[in-house]
Ligand binder design. Structure first.
Ligand SMILES: *Cc1c(COP(=O)(O)O)cnc(C)c1O
Length: 371
């Protein structure tokens, strides 16, 4: 089936026909065949995350990406004596701060404007000043703006000071090359419907085995207990504690095969990067400026400033592009008006060229109407 529009959104995103077709059968959740599939997925995920496969494990968790972040924060932070440092420059890091409030976790926050990159020096200062800090959390690609945060520097520093690291790599894992071991990441969180290009329904955590092993009994929620979920998946070899999203899991397996067939994360990164660069260049020709400097920009999603034209409304722009077969994303930052265009998913340079044409037409049409 052909979709009525191409999703240029940061997940759920446009998937292949074959990923969607993989959902057309039912599975028994305790049958060995299904559990083997789950185990295969877990092994493949660890393989995508690091070359030190014996040190890490993968836990799958029902729900959207946020459920996985909350499961991780809520299970990794000790019940007594833990303090989490959060570097926040967008809605997704703010969400981690919010989770800490809800779960009663001590947090210290470096709060930045969404356009401001995180500085490792500021993190180091806090690590020196506040010895109570036990953990550090950071978002890799802040999907709010498209900014790529310096996880390499931040996690290296955190380890220098003996802290546990948690990285929300929701919108970058599978699309940006990384090795969790080399990056000193203890817990990395992502989900099915972002760069792996599956459909929504579950997320996953790549966890350092010996760190996860220390988290027994920390869970602040029964269903979001990452330790227990992992324990069952290990002991019962691929069994989820509660009903698993079987069709979504099967589609995800297909998506993993397709990632491999494309040439792995490196090849996917190149495609996204090519899409993103062409997009910014073409948009500039039409008269739209990107919010961020190229240096901080991820290949995942780009924020564009509204044009100076006072007649510009996002709603009209959105509707006009939707009519032409493209769905884009509103902005999410407070200080300036922006909209966002994603490059992840089943999206190729030809699609970006077609999009640019549609945007050109939309802009011209408006000028004609006004003249
Ligand atoms: C998508 C995303 C999430 C999770 O969002 P859900 O709506 O719960 O799937 C978390 N962090 C980042 C950086 C994301 O891009």
């Amino acid at each position: 089936m052909k979709n009525p529009y191409l999703l240029l959104t940061p997940g759920p995103l446009s998937t292949t026909n074959s990923v969607r077709q993989a959902m057309l059968r039912d599975w028994c959740t305790w049958d060995n065949e299904y559990n083997q599939l789950v185990q295969d997925i877990r092994r493949r995920l660890v393989g995508l995350a690091t070359s030190h496969k014996d040190l890490y494990t993968a836990v799958l968790m029902q729900g959207s990406g946020t459920f996985c972040v909350e499961a991780t924060i809520g299970t990794v932070m000790p019940k007594d004596g833990g303090k989490l440092l959060i570097a926040a420059n967008g809605a997704y890091s703010d969400r981690i701060v919010q989770m800490c409030h809800v779960l009663g976790i001590h947090a210290v926050v470096i709060s930045l404007d969404e356009r401001e990159p995180i500085q490792a020096e500021a993190i180091e200062r806090l690590l020196q000043e506040d010895e109570d800090i036990t953990h550090v959390a950071i978002v890799h690609c802040e999907t709010t703006t498209g900014m790529l945060n310096p996880i390499e520097d931040v996690c290296r520093l955190a380890k220098q000071y003996n802290k546990i690291t948690m990285v929300d790599a929701m919108s970058s894992f599978g699309g940006v090359p990384m090795d969790v071991h080399k990056l000193h990441i203890d817990f990395l969180i992502s989900s099915a419907n972002k760069c792996i290009q599956g459909v929504p329904g579950f997320g996953f955590v790549i966890a350092k085995r010996d760190e996860l092993a220390k988290c027994k009994g920390n869970g602040r929620s029964l269903s979001l207990d990452l330790f227990d979920q992992h324990d069952t998946m290990e002991k019962d070899e691929g069994k989820w504690r509660f009903t698993s999203p079987t069709h979504v899991v099967r589609a995800f397996y297909q998506a993993l095969l397709e990632l491999e067939a494309e040439g792995g994360v490196d090849a996917r990164f190149k495609r996204y990067e090519q899409n993103q660069k062409r997009l910014v260049e073409g948009m500039k020709e039409i008269g739209f400026e990107a919010l961020l400097d190229e240096q901080h920009q991820s290949p995942i999603i780009t924020s564009f400033l509204y044009p100076d034209d006072s007649n510009f409304t996002f709603q009209d722009f959105y509707q006009s592009l939707k009519k032409r077969g493209f769905v884009i994303y509103p902005g999410k930052i407070s200080e300036v008006n922006t909209f966002r265009i994603g490059n992840i998913g089943e999206v190729y340079i030809e699609d970006i060229e077609r999009l640019l044409e549609a945007i050109q037409q939309t802009v011209q049409l408006k000028e004609v109407v006004r003249a």
